[in-house]
Write a protein that binds this ligand. Structure first.
Ligand code: SAM
Length: 280
């Protein structure tokens, strides 16, 4: 995996010689936050300026959505390089134009059957995408060099991208609910997949879930609470401790904003990755 194409300001290309201490320090820098099923990238663009030295990656299965986020990040990088200050409106316009260019015509984006997402969901997503483009306002300045996105099926390929204990935070925000009982196995939090999330998450690292579907919240809480690698952190404890990302996780994604607009409820469940037990 050549990460330099994603984070050129932080990671030199593999071919370039590393001669100084600072160069080798940047060469060892790795992605630490992963937003799984990042959608339109609201969390990434909210967190990037808050943690300018932390590399963060969105993983998204839909091609056109990934292209949108990629264009959004590229536009933000350019804007920050070109303009000393930009108000939300201007930025949103530039992002829109870049997106149009990168994503091409608003054509078909066939969903892989493995995602288990219906045609109605896709149509609904397109309507939301149009609405989000209108609503998006990038409020915080920053260079956005520390954020990127990749098109991937995280349920299949997560350990191909991250090493053991690499991540300090992993987010599952408003994941697809897969309401029908027969579809529950397609949910992104399952006992089997939790073993993979535990593998890539560093002991002490935090897994965040947020949803507006109570049944899915109960499902995620149940599976996470039973898993030996995770311990529950009460939401109030995190908020009282001033956890800098939980509020963003609840409010800054496009799905989270939509729930707010509709005055819906949200449930958060956060779990700390426990230390592995000593080998027998
Ligand atoms: N997290 C975003 C938010 O809060 O706005 C998006 C939520 S949306 C309901 C769920 C997203 O997860 C969709 O964009 C979908 O394409 C993506 N997704 C579903 N299964 C995935 C998978 N296996 N790997 C990566 N992304 C996935």
């Amino acid at each position: 995996m050549d990460w330099s194409v994603h984070f050129p300001k932080f990671i030199p290309p593999p071919s370039s010689a590393i001669t100084t201490d600072s160069a080798s320090a940047t060469a060892t820098r790795r992605v630490e936050f992963a937003d799984i099923g990042c959608g339109f990238g609201g969390l990434l663009t909210a967190l990037a300026p808050q943690f300018p030295d932390t590399l963060m990656l969105g993983m998204e299965i839909r091609m056109s959505v990934t292209a949108y986020v990629d264009a959004r990040i590229k536009a933000l990088r350019q804007i920050q390089g070109l303009l000393p200050s930009v108000d939300g409106g201007e930025m949103s316009q530039v992002v829109r134009e870049a997106v149009k260019e990168a994503a091409g015509a608003e054509g078909e984006d066939p969903l892989p059957a493995e995602a288990g997402v219906s045609a109605e969901d896709v149509a609904e997503d397109r309507r939301e995408e149009a609405e989000n483009r209108r609503a998006t306002r990038e409020k915080v300045p920053g260079e956005f060099q520390n954020v990127s996105v990749i098109r991937a099926n995280a349920m299949k390929h997560l350990p191909n991208f991250f090493e053991k204990g690499q991540l300090t935070k992993i987010f599952f925000l408003f994941p697809d609910p897969h309401f029908k009982r027969s579809k529950h196995k397609a949910r992104i939090i399952t006992t089997t997949l939790l073993a993979e999330y535990a593998y890539v998450l560093r002991p002490g690292g935090i897994l965040y879930t947020v949803t507006d579907v109570k049944d899915l919240h109960d499902w995620m809480m149940h599976h996470l609470s039973l898993h030996p690698s995770f311990e529950y952190i009460p939401t109030e404890t995190l908020l009282d401790a001033g956890d800098p990302v939980l509020k963003s996780a609840m409010t800054s994604t496009e799905e989270g904003m939509k729930v707010e607009r509709n005055k819906g409820s949200k449930w958060a469940g956060c779990f700390r990755r426990k230390e592995d037990p000593p080998m027998q």
